[in-house]
Design a protein around this ligand. Sequence first.
Ligand code: C2E
Ligand code: MG
Ligand code: MG
Ligand code: MG
Length: 292
Amino acid sequence: RAKEKGRNRYQFYSSTITSKAFLLIKLENWLHQAIKKNEFTLHYQPQVNILTGEITGVEALLRWYHSEMGQVPPTQLITLAEQTDLIIPVSQWVLRTACLQHVAWLKAGLKDFPITVNLSPRQFQQPNLVSMIKKTLEETGLDPHYLEIEITETSIIHDEKFAAQAFHELRSLGVSISLDDFGTGYSSLSYLQKFPFHTLKIDQTFVQALQNLPQDTAILSAMIMLGRSFNLRVVAEGVETLQQLEILEKLNCKEVQGFLFSRPLKTEDATQLLLQHCIRRETTNIASELTY
Ligand code: C2E
Ligand code: MG
Ligand code: MG
Ligand code: MG
């Protein structure tokens, strides 16, 4: 009996592993197909200057619609791609598509602003990262000054020496580096001093906490001042309400990204928005525009 029990348990355990492995293989297969069948798209979300209403940048965000699974959240998609080796072709597709789109926008006469592309830790740690980016810029014809790479601390923690070297080479190419989800990690403060960031993105949890906890203004204010004292472009993420916008403006934050101004948009909609906004105009205040 004991033997039988043990055997059953073994079978149960083994079948769990099998089904997990099976699921992973199935997902990996779907992801392979997605790359081949061109099932990915990029959505674009603008970053906006609070005072002038000008668009100051656009972030490319990956979308995957699968016939059986529906819309797959990008964080899950990236985690899956990182577990398999598919992160390499996925990231190449994202970078290439974003660069091509930006070249098209610039050709159409839109005003100068950078395009931001997210890199996952494994993407960032590829030994050929810089040469891959350089090659993509050359092939797509995008001037490196228009490209901003967005990473999180996790990409750096793993190997600070590698990160420092990669940053140095990227900066020499003319590519900017943005530190995302600022305030959620462990080492952000020393990283500001050590690495040549161009942009600091304040994590949306700090912005969204504003509604409930007034003391969060203190943290937010400190982070904004810190970024500004390092001469960084400071962008507050996840701005959803006018109230949040007004507080950020008072705290001297110059740029925001969030649903209040625009959700991430599919290419055609993004193009239309950019065409409407990226023309020279008198200084206006978006806070007042949005109240109409
Ligand atoms: P992230 O880089 O922090 O991107 C910002 C996320 O916040 C996006 O989620 C965006 O849709 C969302 N967001 C923007 N404004 C608001 C707002 O006002 N309210 C709320 N609640 N959310 C807002 P998304 O597109 O689901 O992407 C999630 C994460 O997946 C990204 O976080 C990024 O880490 C990753 N990701 C997305 N696209 C890519 C990609 O092409 N490559 C890599 N490596 N990662 C990507
Ligand atoms: Mg982002
Ligand atoms: Mg990011
Ligand atoms: Mg973020």
